[in-house]
Design a protein. Structure first.
Length: 194
């Protein structure tokens, strides 16, 4: 994770992903099984539908990818705003990171759009919008937790962490394949139905 951030921030991040995986309404089509499931019927659904766990895993992996993307860009943008002399380096690191990870980010977004459109077909446009908003909110909240952790440091510590973040991003230390390889692999290998 990001050096200098507390284990509390990392735990909050993990809890957010856990809530995302278990608290949203989804439709299972991944293994050819279709059914609307909410947390109220989670246990019976697991017993009846073998695709439930697979669905949760792939949705969780795409959320991890989007959270990492949002967190990296949010922190780099914060550093650019907070320390004007670092702005060019921070923006360059953010832009290069985005370009380098475009394929995986696009695929994670495509998975979420696929699930949302399936929910809309099987349930309603309201349920689909609720799913999308829940993911967006979870990702945003997770990134803001990391930003809050950074902003709680004194200026000297923030400057050090921003320098370290920019340098480590430029050196590829925060490449998704290095940080969350299993999630990247799941997202890239997932075959979307046309």
């Amino acid at each position: 994770m990001y050096r200098g951030l507390s284990s509390t921030a990392i735990m909050v991040y993990s809890l957010k992903i856990s809530k995302l995986q278990h608290g949203i309404t989804i439709v299972l089509l991944i293994l050819g099984v279709s059914a609307s499931i909410s947390t109220a019927s989670e246990e019976p659904a697991k017993a009846v539908m073998p695709g439930y766990q697979t669905s949760q895993i792939i949705i969780g992996s795409s959320a991890q990818v989007l959270l990492k993307q949002n967190t990296s860009i949010t922190l780099l943008n914060y550093c650019a705003l907070k320390f004007k002399h670092l702005a060019k380096s921070a923006h360059s690191a953010a832009q290069n990171w985005q370009l380098e990870h475009a394929e995986i980010i696009n695929k994670a977004n495509a998975i979420n759009r696929y699930v949302a459109s399936t929910i809309e077909i099987r349930d309603s446009s309201f349920a689909a919008e609720k799913f999308q908003l829940k993911i967006d909110a979870q990702v945003y909240d997770g990134a803001q937790k990391f930003k809050s952790e950074l902003t709680s440091k004194n200026r000297k510590q923030q400057h050090y962490l921003c320098n370290r973040l920019i340098l480590s991003t430029a050196l590829g230390e925060w490449d998704l394949i290095k940080v969350i390889p299993q999630h990247v692999q799941r997202v890239l290998q997932f075959k979307l139905k046309e």
